[in-house]
Structure formats: C-alpha cells, structure tokens
Design a binder for this molecule. Structure first.
Ligand SMILES: Nc1ncnc2c1ncn2[C@@H]1O[C@H](COP(=O)(O)OP(=O)(O)O)[C@@H](O)[C@H]1O
Ligand SMILES: Cc1cn([C@H]2C[C@H](O)[C@@H](COP(=O)(O)OP(=O)(O)O)O2)c(=O)[nH]c1=O
Length: 205
C-alpha cells in the first residue's frame, strides 16, 4: 500500500475555500481514493476545543501561534499521519502556511519562531499540493460581510488581510512545486471546472 497524498486548502477569509473543498473531496472519491477531509485549527476533539478558544478569546500573539501548533501536533498524530500511512488522501482546510500567513504576515510574529515550531512539530511532512484561493481584498471582505457572523480573525482590519495575503503569495513563490493559485473572482462553476482539471492532472502524476 503506497502512502496517500496530502492536499491543503489556503487563502484569506472570504476567498472561497469552503465553497470548493467538498467538490475536491468528492472528485477524489470518484477517482477511486479514500478521502479524509479535515481542518485546522481543529480536526480532533482536543483540536476543536482549541479552535473554539482561538476563534473567540483574545490572547498574546505567541500564545496564539503555540496553540495553532499544539492543535496541529495532535491532528498530525491522531488523524493526518495515520491516514497517509493507510494510503488515504487527506484534504485539509488550512495547515502551516496559514500560520505563516496569519500569525507571521498578519500579526508580524518573527518568521524564525514559526520556522522553529514547524521544525519541531513536522520536520519532514509538507503538503503534496496546496491550493491557494485568492481574490482581491475588497471582494473577500464584501463576500464575508454578506455571508456570516465574523469570528476574531475575520473581524481584523483590511491591512491585516493585505499582509496575510502578501505572505501567502510570498510562500507560493517560495514553494512553486506544491502551490497552485486559484483565482476565485470567476463564478463558482468556472472555478470548479478549473480545479477539476488541476486535481485530475495531480492525481494522474
Ligand atoms: N467563485 C465565487 N464567486 C462568487 N461568490 C463566491 C465564490 N466563491 C465563494 N463565494 C461566496 O463567498 C462567500 C465566502 O466563501 P467561503 O467559501 O465561505 O470562503 P472561505 O472559506 O475562503 O472563507 C460565500 O458566501 C460564498 O458563497
Ligand atoms: C490554521 C490556522 C488558522 N488561522 C485562522 C484563519 C481563519 O480566520 C481561522 C479559522 O479558519 P477557517 O476554518 O478557514 O475559518 P472559517 O470556518 O470561518 O472559514 O483561523 C490562523 O490564524 N492560523 C492558523 O494556523
């Protein structure tokens, strides 16, 4: 049994991740893979408790980064690593790129501290494919405002999201072999068609 693939979904809030994730999971299923769909922060009973705290409580910036990685440590041990070892494909709504983008880009925590945590928590594992959902800032803000009540991160100001988005783009340039940028300014059906082609090609490789 060969090891499964690890696919992550990233992007600023309102870029369209959640809208497209179930489409990818069902496409992979149709292509014959067993798929585990999960999310961060969260994905385990403990991780979901940490998520509640992270999305609602104000805390020191470093506490926030440490809790993101604490949730991730548990998630890797309980869900991600066992699934990949079984040969399942893991579709994960956010992973470490989000910590670099939000805590690093948005909140300005030194990158070296995040790199140290990454080296501790997952020294060897990286996603095989990262879909970065991207849309101009104003469009993301407008879509968010229309769609739901905003959590602690979603209530941040435009300059926070500009810096978060910039850091995502910087990482996409740093790791071009695994990042694909999906522009969601197009209608949902067009975005799905684009993702369909991309995932089929990835699954064949
Ligand atoms: N391609 C698209 N075109 C128009 N609206 C979209 C598109 N993708 C998502 N939306 C809408 O934008 C809002 C935010 O999308 P969502 O998938 O929840 O974003 P995210 O999970 O990235 O925060 C939702 O109301 C969704 O219906
Ligand atoms: C994984 C992760 C998420 N986040 C933030 C980004 C999001 O605003 C929030 C929750 O992510 P998400 O599940 O995308 O939110 P929603 O369900 O509202 O679409 O957590 C970080 O700041 N750092 C991280 O490492």
């Amino acid at each position: 049994m060969s090891r499964g693939k690890f696919i992550t979904f990233e992007g600023i809030d309102g870029a369209g991740k959640s809208t497209h994730i179930s489409f990818v999971a069902s496409l992979l299923h149709d292509l014959g893979h067993t798929v585990v769909t999960t999310r961060e922060p969260g994905g385990t009973p403990l991780g979901e408790k940490l998520r509640e705290l992270l999305l609602s409580e104000n805390m020191h910036l470093e506490t926030e980064a440490l809790l993101m990685f604490a949730s991730r440590r548990e998630h890797l041990a309980q869900v991600i690593e066992p699934a990949l070892a079984r040969g399942d494909w893991v579709v994960c709504d956010r992973f470490t790129d989000a910590t670099f983008a939000y805590q690093g880009g948005g909140r300005k925590l030194e990158r070296a501290k995040l790199e140290a945590l990454e080296a501790w928590v997952h020294p060897h594992l990286q996603p095989d494919l990262t879909l970065l959902f991207d849309v101009p800032l104003e469009v993301a803000r407008e879509r968010l405002a229309r769609s739901r009540n905003l959590d602690r991160f979603e209530q941040e100001k435009a300059d926070f999201f500009a810096a978060t988005r910039d850091e995502y783009h910087r990482r996409a340039q740093q790791f071009p072999q695994r990042f694909r940028i999906i522009e969601t300014i197009r209608p949902v059906a067009e975005v799905n068609a684009l993702i369909d082609g991309l995932i089929r090609e990835f699954a064949r490789a």
